[in-house]
Design a protein around this ligand. Structure first.
Ligand code: NI
Ligand code: MN
Length: 230
């Protein structure tokens, strides 16, 4: 089953798998990169990588309105339940743990970052996400610095690697190139850049550098709203 990936913008990603729509980090209304509104999002599932406002985003209003499933680490799930979301829609996982959610096997990965929630609550360790179907493996690195275990996540083959290149808060272009060397994906999409001045980057220049230095990896620089099929 093919997967359609849409770059909503910044660190927000949408996947259509069969008749299921999965939103990773639904930062919509305040996201400078998109004109979409949280009101028009109708996911079947939200995955939250960490508690920062540009990732937790509009999780609560979207989940409350749609009743969709929410996957996150245990600490964020507990916090979401305390904010009034229905425990039946909440699915806690943690780093290294995967679960077959029907549309895909979803595993949380290491991410080196922070994860405080908007009210200052502890959000546990931040995460990335592996999404695996019978045909495709997708690795969304999330907000993270570079780490050597990325090589392991790439060992079984990654069809699509969504990688931050913004620098300052996450990997910059140089470390993202090293991440590409380790993960060796078929396709790579840069994210988490150009949203604000501290993370301005030339993604096209980065794509050219990857093409020159890591043959076999295709970089797709997407504008917010663009999609591709894996
Ligand atoms: Ni963050
Ligand atoms: Mn972020």
């Amino acid at each position: 089953m093919s997967i359609t990936y849409t770059y909503i913008g910044h660190g927000t990603h949408q996947f259509a798998i069969g008749d299921q729509t999965i939103l990773v980090d639904p930062y919509i209304d305040e996201n400078p990169a998109t004109d979409l509104t949280a009101d028009e999002m109708t996911p079947d599932c939200i995955i939250v990588t960490h508690g920062h406002g540009d990732h937790l985003g509009d999780t609560i209003p979207i989940a409350r309105r749609t009743g969709c499933k929410v996957i996150a680490n245990y600490e964020i799930i507990n916090w979401l339940q305390a904010q009034g979301l229905d425990g039946n829609q909440l699915h806690p996982q943690h780093i290294g743990g995967g679960f077959d959610h029907g549309f895909a096997y979803v595993k949380l990965t290491i991410a080196h970052h922070g994860s405080s929630l908007p009210d200052g609550s502890y959000g546990g360790n931040p995460a990335g996400v592996l999404i695996e179907t019978d045909e495709s493996r997708i690795y969304v690195a999330g907000d993270t610095g570079l780490f050597l275990e990325m090589e392991y996540y790439g060992r079984n083959g990654i069809d699509l690697f969504v990688v931050p290149i913004g620098d300052n808060f996450t990997m910059g272009p140089g470390d993202a190139l090293e991440a590409i060397r380790m993960v060796r994906p078929r396709l790579a999409v840069p994210s988490h850049y150009n949203t604000w001045p501290p993370i301005e980057q030339d993604a096209d220049a980065w794509a050219e550098q990857v093409a020159a230095e890591v043959p076999g990896v295709e970089v797709c620089v997407l504008d917010p709203g663009d999609d591709l099929t894996v």
